[in-house]
Design a protein around this ligand. Sequence first.
Ligand code: SF4
Length: 716
Amino acid sequence: MSESRSPAPPARPAGPGAPSGAAATSAVATHCPYCALQCGTWLGREDGTVVVRPSDFPVNRGGLCQKGWTAPALLDTPVRLHNPLIRDPRGTLETAGWHQALDTVADRLRRIRDAHGPDAVAVFGGGGLTNEKAYLLGKFARVALGTSRIDYNGRFCMSSAAAAGNAAFGVDRGLPFPVGDLDDAEVILLAGANPAETMPPLMRHLAGAELIVIDPRRTRTAETAALHLQPQPGTDLALALGLLHLAVTEGRMDEGYLHRRTVGFDSAWQRAVAWWPERVERVTGVPVAAQREAVRMLGEARRRYVLTGRGAEQHSKGTDTVAAFINLALALGLPGRAGSGYGCLTGQGNGQGGRELGQKADQLPGYRSIADPGARAHVAAVWGVAPQELPGPGPSAYELLDSLGQPGGPRALLVFGSNPVVSAPRAARITERLAALDLLVVADFMPSETALLADVVLPVTQWAEEEGTMTNLEGRVLRRRRLSGPPPGVRSDLDVLRGLAIRLGQPPERFPAAPHQVFEELRRTTRGGRADYSGISYERLDAGEALHWPCPAAPPGQPPHPGTPRLFLDRFAHPDGRARFRAVDHRDAAELPDGRFPLYATTGRALAHYQSGAQTREVPELLAAEPESYLEVHPDTAERAGLAEGELARISSARGTAVARVRLVPTLRADTVFLPFHFTADGRANLITSTALDPESHMPEFKVCAVRIEPWTATA
Ligand code: SF4
């Protein structure tokens, strides 16, 4: 099952959009806990069991993938954390009371901070946290701890598209149009995105279009495509330059749009002119005829889109790669035009909101730069502190994790909603760094691999037990509603932050724990920022309004702002209203195959699992569907390595070795292998991944590294 519809919601639903006749309140309208599509659901009880049904929400229209269908299993999973845990002197995690746990954490944080300074304490957040949690976490780090050391796992997810989007358009929002606009597309180019597995209900919005899919693998999405371009890993940028070259030389440019709405084409063309089709074929492996066909399809369609995903982003040149696809879209005249456009398919449930509300190292709430004096003054005023008390920008996620326990690096780390032991590149190294800390605190609802290393574990609420908001891939702010309160012993992350802040000497009113109160403050803080939430309220959302940011507060006496479902229709967000081309050129991946490591390895997601798998590996149906790590490999490549279908393989890179079960995939490039990154122990794909970072977004190069494969033996 990849996606299916439900015949009916659970009994007696109520809430915005409830089917007519709904009267009672045993079911709530909410959203799936996982990916950025944020499918609408009804959550209720039938015969005492929590059940989920898809709602007719615009992004999923009655569909869910198997992750969404099975999400209620997380609510009563046997491994659920129900009490704080403190590691005792023997190294065992023992049950503790909340007061004891929070006192312990605050006391140890204070001592570390007093001895080594505020940057000796670091915070690592997550792209699945609600807007309220992400906001309060950023404030907690900067105000209660005074540290610049805060970043989040969204850095691994969409930061390259954010950097490229900001540079091109003046603002970064995953999709600058509603998902439903894709329904009328004639042609869609998907560069490094596999929604058939990562967000299956999105596929119904793509069903009317001819798809051009760029992916080294013949994914389920590629199987549905009219045209599949299969470049060598790490060469998407050369391919994008080649497509721009052909768009120009074959007369597909929109000259009027270029003149009216953009600047910088000439400098971008100076680079693309050198990427003629035959050269592109030599570098990427994509035949000239296929390049021409892609440009013909895009050029002849009236309603067309260019969409990028992690496959374009997770490179040491990910920002330039996304910029090259934006250049192509601009040359064709797509962004900011009704019926066409460019967008990025975000990954994590609240990757968008998590970034713009202040848990990224260089940003303050409202998508403001932490280095901007005006932004600092505004945010500091709302927070009731002096601007100079706010720290400056800190290191990015991998750099932060890599510095833990090092001389001059953080001695304590607080982790909220993230599992870097599995999700960070060069995972064994990061595990060592975590172990070198004086204090590791993890707030989670599951005993993730990172939580199991912690000195203190704080059990917190999950999706169906909490109120809040999320911001989906189209910049639409959504209400997360709780079906019931948390189980005994569990507190919300907001409660935890408030409890720690008070213990660290902060006034209680500065750290509210009620989601509604936090959102009201967040509205004031984002006011006037690029991601302006000031006109959005729980009341408007609960009344069923579809509100996409920016949604500024209306002046007194004026009707409320309707939100902005479509950005850029009149102008881009740069002061002159024009989009920017960016002069980019191809360069090799940081690591290429050689005699010792002769193959490319690329990593990604599988249909049944989500991110580090800490949640989905605990759902029986999902674990049964995909129980262990696997290695996709071409049959010829496997034979040369002495591997057969179903055997265990060792996959080694310069950083480490992973173990996975062989799957022979004849459609895969013979020079490339693939591993999903959801698994644990020696199945962790990130044991082998590269730590090369994009110089601008600081996103790691998860999509390319050089490896060797061989049969696994217990003694090897
Ligand atoms: Fe929808 Fe994503 Fe949840 Fe699947 S995982 S049901 S696509 S929100």
